[in-house]
Design a protein around this ligand. Structure first.
Ligand code: ACO
Length: 366
């Protein structure tokens, strides 16, 4: 048995490859550092969904298709907002995505991607007492998302948001993608796969980490408080959010992509960034001392938190925003699994009581 499925290869994929030893991420043949420069959201969707052989043409038709999908999904927003009152944003998003009608894999992919941004923007504005802004289907996806969130598609904010969404769009067989693939492996639909993916993403060991990263910075307060805070929390058996990874034995390459995006965007609070850098350095040193040779280092969530905070996103919305990017990967994997995969049905090792007279051989069965 491999607890946590450590080291188990569960599927063949042509979508992405995470190399934990060398700290690299390749998506459909591109290094992540190059991909965020060469691909906007539409081109990333076209690349992941393989809808068209010619990238430029695909990206143009993707802009039209995604715009139309945002328009379709916006019609559902008033009813969904009424239904989701009082819910945590990630739970509201899960409900909204689950409500997307099943049609065919291509349209479901467009619709769940559109729903993630339209609903998230409506929820975020609602939390600050502002009315939601309907999408403008003529705009590119990231620009329209920025406009729905902040009232205007400002260039620097749009670019920062788009870099974030593309950076997190796919990442190998992570927990939420595996969940999506298990659901798709039953020949279920893309909507169900993405709904399950959101459920898996929600946990603090996966996509729920960036909000707590900011809580950690707030609690630490200043440089003098870093080491005592870490010693106290690690001593209580807690984990440092934004550090460590099941696959990476060194720094997550997405951390540097997002750090560069933060520098380009221009942090709104230099003291915050200076404190974060000091926390990052101390965390790396402390974890290296406690777990020598394990290679616990900064993961994607640390600079996600700083970038999204600088852009002006409320920390309770960080995990739903992660979903708005990762939805591209979930849909791509679900479609790949439906097209090429086999029903996923592993075994479990039974450790409960046996009926009288039964031998232990029964325990090995699934
Ligand atoms: N802080 C403190 N200790 C840690 C951390 C951390 N961030 N990460 C791992 N460890 C410890 C573990 O507790 C374990 O100690 P033990 O042997 O005494 O039990 C040891 O290091 C080895 O752990 P791993 O096997 O490397 O950890 P695992 O693969 O189970 O967990 C995980 C990976 C969940 C990401 C973990 O590093 C963690 O909890 N990090 C904090 C949460 C976080 O940042 N999550 C986002 C991950 S990125 C993403 O999903 C998008």
């Amino acid at each position: 048995m491999s607890e946590g499925l450590d080291g188990v290869v569960a599927a063949e994929t042509s979508i992405s490859r995470v190399d934990g030893e060398n700290g690299t991420l390749i998506v459909r043949g591109y290094q992540i550092e190059d991909l965020v420069i060469s691909h906007d959201f539409e081109a990333m969707a076209a690349l992941l969904w393989r809808d068209d052989a010619e990238a430029g043409r695909a990206a143009r038709s993707m802009l039209v298709d995604l715009g139309a999908a945002r328009g379709r999904m916006a019609e559902r927003v008033p009813a969904l907002l009424a239904l989701c009152r009082g819910m945590e944003p990630i739970d509201a998003l899960r409900l909204a995505v689950a409500s997307v009608p099943c049609s065919n894999a291509k349209q479901e992919s467009l619709d769940v991607t559109a729903m993630a941004t339209v609903m998230l923007a409506a929820l975020l504005r609602g939390k600050s007492g502002e009315t939601w802004i309907a999408p403008d289907p003529s705009l590119a996806h990231a620009a329209d998302f920025c406009r729905m969130l902040f009232g205007a598609a400002e260039e620097d904010r749009t670019r920062a948001l788009e870099t974030y969404l593309v950076t997190v769009a796919d990442h190998g067989m992570n927990a939420s993608t595996f969940t999506a693939r298990v659901i798709a492996s039953t020949q279920s639909d893309v909507v169900s796969a993405v709904t399950g993916g959101i459920g898996a993403l929600k946990g603090p060991l996966h996509g729920g980490a960036p909000g707590p990263v900011l809580n950690m910075l707030d609690e630490i307060g200043g440089e003098a408080g870093i080491q005592p805070w870490m010693d106290r929390h690690l001593g209580d058996g807690e984990r440092l959010m934004g550090f460590g990874h099941r696959i990476y034995r060194r720094r997550d390459p997405r951390a540097d992509v997002l750090k560069a995006a933060l520098t380009r965007f221009g942090a709104r609070d230099d003291n915050r960034v200076a404190l974060a850098e000091a926390v990052e350095n101390t965390a790396r040193e402390t974890l290296a001392r406690r777990y020598p040779g394990r290679g616990l280092d900064t993961n994607v969530e640390f600079y996600t938190a700083l970038l999204l905070e600088a852009v002006g996103i409320d920390r309770r919305f960080f995990t739903p925003l992660f979903a708005a990017g990762r939805v591209l990967g979930w849909t791509a994997h679900a479609r790949e699994q439906i097209a090429t995969g086999r029903l996923m049905r592993p075994l479990s090792s039974y450790v409960g009581p046996l009926p009288e007279g039964e031998t232990v051989a029964l325990a090995a069965a699934g």
